[in-house]
Design a protein around this ligand. Structure first.
Ligand SMILES: Cc1cc2nc3c(=O)[nH]c(=O)nc-3n(C[C@H](O)[C@H](O)[C@H](O)COP(=O)(O)OP(=O)(O)OC[C@H]3O[C@@H](n4cnc5c(N)ncnc54)[C@H](O)[C@@H]3O)c2cc1C
Length: 498
C-alpha cells in the first residue's frame, strides 16, 4: 500500500474539485487531487458556462442584477425550502468567481439568458443575464462543450500551483478517526491501495447520473425506461456514498430534469426541431400544457414526468414544416443549431429509415396515433378541438399565444416522442454554508467538506433556469468556498465547527 500525506485531499478533479483544489492551493495548502478518469472536468466538459452575478463582464454590459436580488429570486423560486445562508454566500461570491476564472485566462463570449425566442414563448422572459458562456477553444461559435476551454485553463492553473492530480485513482473511502475525517483510501491504476492522510477532505464526485440502480433507488425514475439522462461515465455516486458512510446526513437527491430524445447527441437536429410550440399531447392524446411555454426545458420535463408513462408527443403537419423550413423555428435555443430545419430532411429520413423509436410519420392522424402509440380516438378528438380553437383564434384551454395557434391539418404528419431527460443528479450530502459536511442532526463532521453536484441541495424540486448557468455556478463557488475553508483550517487553530 502506498502512503501519502498532504494538507488537503480533494476527491475528484471535475469542475467543483478543480475549483476546490485551486482555492486551497492559492491559500497555501498542499493539495492532492484524486481523479477517477484519465481527464479533468467531468460533465463540465459538455456544458457551455457558469452563472455569475456582479462580474466585471456584467458591469461592462450594464447588467444591473445584484447578488442580493439574485438571492431573493432564487429563494422565491425555491419557496425558501433550501439553505438561505448557503444560497446567499454562493451568489455573493459568484461575480468574483467569474473574474477569478478570467485571471486564470478563461475567456467568455458574453452573458446570456438560456434561450432566445419571441417574448411570449420565452420561458425565461423573467430570466436574468447570468449565464457566462465560455469562448470555445477554437474561438468559434459557442455550443455544447464550449466549457472545455475553462476546464483546460483551470487544470493548468491547478498544476501551476503544485496541485498533484492522481489520475485513474478513484477515492473509495473516507478515513475517520474520533469522528474526524483524516484522509481517503483510494486505488491507483495498477490496483494498488493508496492511503492519503490529510487535514481536510473535500468530496466533489459529480453525483450519480451514470448509476441506474441509484437513480432507481433514490428517485422516481428508471434509466432508459422513464428517463434518458446524460450518463457521463464514472458518475456513480461514489462521493455521496462515501460521505453517507462516514456519517453525513442525507438530503434527498433529485434528477436535474429537462426533456430530451434518447441518445440525443446523435439526433440533435430532431431534438431541437420538435421543441416548437406546435401540438403537444400525452399518451391519451390530450394536451397537457400551453405549448408556447415548452422552451423552459425544466418545466416541460416536470410536466412530461406527470403524464401517463412519463412521455409526451410533439406533432406538426407538413404546412408547418414548410413554414419552419422557410422562416426558421419559432423557438431558437442557444444549444441547438439555428439552421435546424435546413438539415431536417436529412436527419428525419435517416432516422425513419433506421427505425429510430421516437419518430413517426403518417398520412392521417389515425395512422399517426396508431404508429406512435397514442390513443387513436383521443388524438383524433384533440386535433379536432385544437383545430377549431385555431380557427377561432383563441386557445380557451391554456391560452397559448394565438400566434402559434396553427391547425394540424395537412399530411404527412410528423411526430416525435419526448422523454424526460436530465443533466445528471443533484444533491445528497448535507452541508452548511461553509460547505462543511453535516450529520443528519446538523452537527459538523470535522475535516470533511463536500461541494458541487454531490452537495447541490439548493434548487428545491426544480433547476432554476431563470438564473441560468446555475449548476456550474454552484459547483464552482461551493468548490471555491470548500477549498478556502479547508486551507484556512491549517492556519486557524480556533477553527469554528459550529
Ligand atoms: C450536456 C450538459 C450540458 C451542461 N451545460 C451546463 C451549462 O451550460 N451550465 C451549467 O451551469 N451547467 C451545465 N451542465 C451541468 C454541469 O456541467 C455540471 O453540473 C457540473 O459539471 C458538475 O460539476 P461537479 O464538479 O459536481 O462534477 P463533474 O464536473 O461532473 O466532475 C465529477 C468528477 O468526479 C470524478 N469522479 C467520480 N467518482 C470519483 C471517485 N470515486 N474518485 C475520484 N474522482 C471521481 C469524475 O471522473 C469527474 O471528473 C451541463 C451538463 C451536461 C451533461
Amino acid at each position: 500500500m502506498k502512503q501519502l500525506q498532504t494538507d488537503v485531499v480533494v476527491v475528484a478533479a471535475g469542475l467543483s474539485g478543480l475549483a476546490a483544489s485551486i482555492a486551497a492551493a492559492e491559500n497555501g495548502a498542499n493539495v492532492i487531487t484524486l481523479e477517477k478518469s484519465t481527464t479533468t472536468g467531468g460533465a463540465a466538459n459538455m456544458g457551455m458556462g457558469p452563472l455569475g452575478v456582479g462580474s466585471s463582464i456584467q458591469k461592462n454590459q450594464m447588467i444591473s442584477l445584484t447578488p442580493g436580488e439574485a438571492f431573493r429570486k432564487h429563494m422565491y423560486f425555491t419557496h425558501y425550502r433550501v439553505d438561505a445562508r448557503l444560497v446567499r454566500d454562493y451568489y455573493f461570491k459568484s461575480g468574483s468567481t467569474i473574474d477569478w476564472l478570467m485571471d486564470m485566462g478563461v475567456e467568455f463570449v458574453g452573458v446570456q439568458r438560456a434561450f432566445s425566442a419571441p417574448e411570449a414563448t420565452r420561458a425565461y422572459s423573467d430570466g436574468e443575464f447570468t449565464w457566462h458562456v465560455v469562448k470555445p477553444l477554437d474561438g468559434g461559435v459557442p455550443g455544447p462543450r464550449a466549457a472545455t476551454a475553462m476546464i483546460k485553463k483551470m487544470t493548468e492553473r491547478a498544476v501551476e500551483l503544485g496541485v498533484e492530480i492522481l489520475y485513474e485513482t478513484p477515492g473509495k473511502k473516507i478515513i475517520m478517526e474520533d469522528g474526524k475525517a483524516v484522509g481517503v483510501m483510494a486505488v491507483d491504476k495498477n490496483g494498488e491501495d493508496v492511503e492519503i492522510r490529510a487535514n481536510s477532505v473535500i468530496v466533489c464526485t459529480g453525483g450519480f447520473g451514470d448509476n441506474p440502480q441509484m437513480i432507481k433507488d433514490e428517485t422516481e425514475f428508471e434509466y432508459a425506461k422513464t428517463i434518458y439522462n446524460f450518463a457521463v461515465p464514472g458518475m456513480k455516486g461514489d462521493g455521496i456514498k462515501m460521505c453517507w458512510e462516514a456519517g453525513a446526513g442525507k438530503e434527498q437527491p433529485i434528477m436535474e430534469l429537462m426533456y430530451q430524445l434518447p441518445d440525443n447527441m446523435n439526433h440533435f437536429i430532431l431534438d431541437g426541431a420538435f421543441r416548437q410550440p406546435c401540438l403537444w399531447v400525452n399518451r391519451n392524446g390530450n394536451r397537457f400544457m400551453p405549448e408556447d411555454q415548452i422552451a423552459n426545458t425544466t418545466f416541460t420535463g416536470n410536466a412530461i414526468a406527470t403524464q401517463p408513462g412519463k412521455v409526451a408527443f410533439s406533432i406538426f403537419d407538413s404546412k408547418m414544416l414548410k413554414k419552419y423550413k422557410k422562416k426558421g423555428p419559432d423557438i431558437v435555443s442557444h444549444v441547438h443549431p439555428h439552421d435546424l430545419f435546413d438539415h431536417f430532411d436529412e436527419q428525419w429520413n435517416r432516422d425513419i429509415e433506421n427505425g429510430y423509436e421516437p419518430v413517426t410519420q403518417a398520412d392521417t392522424i389515425e395512422e399517426l396515433a396508431e404508429k406512435a402509440g397514442i390513443d387513436v380516438d383521443g388524438l383524433v378528438a384533440q386535433v379536432e378541438e385544437y383545430n377549431e380553437m385555431c380557427e377561432a383564434g383563441f386557445d380557451e384551454i391554456f391560452e397559448k399565444d394565438r400566434v402559434y395557434m396553427t391547425p394540424i391539418e395537412k399530411g404527412p404528419f410528423y411526430c416525435c416522442k419526448q422523454y424526460v431527460g436530465a443533466y445528471g443528479s443533484l444533491g445528497g450530502v448535507k452541508i452548511n454554508h461553509k460547505t462543511q459536511v453535516l450529520t443528519q442532526e446538523a452537527k459538523v463532521i470535522p475535516g470533511l467538506y463536500a461541494a458541487g453536484t454531490d452537495a447541490c441541495n439548493i434548487f428545491g424540486d426544480s433547476y432554476p433556469f431563470i438564473l441560468s448557468g446555475n449548476t456550474m455556478g454552484f459547483c464552482l463557488n461551493s468548490g471555491r468556498i470548500a477549498g478556502e475553508n479547508a486551507a484556512s483550517e491549517l492556519a486557524d487553530e480556533e477553527w469554528d465547527y459550529d
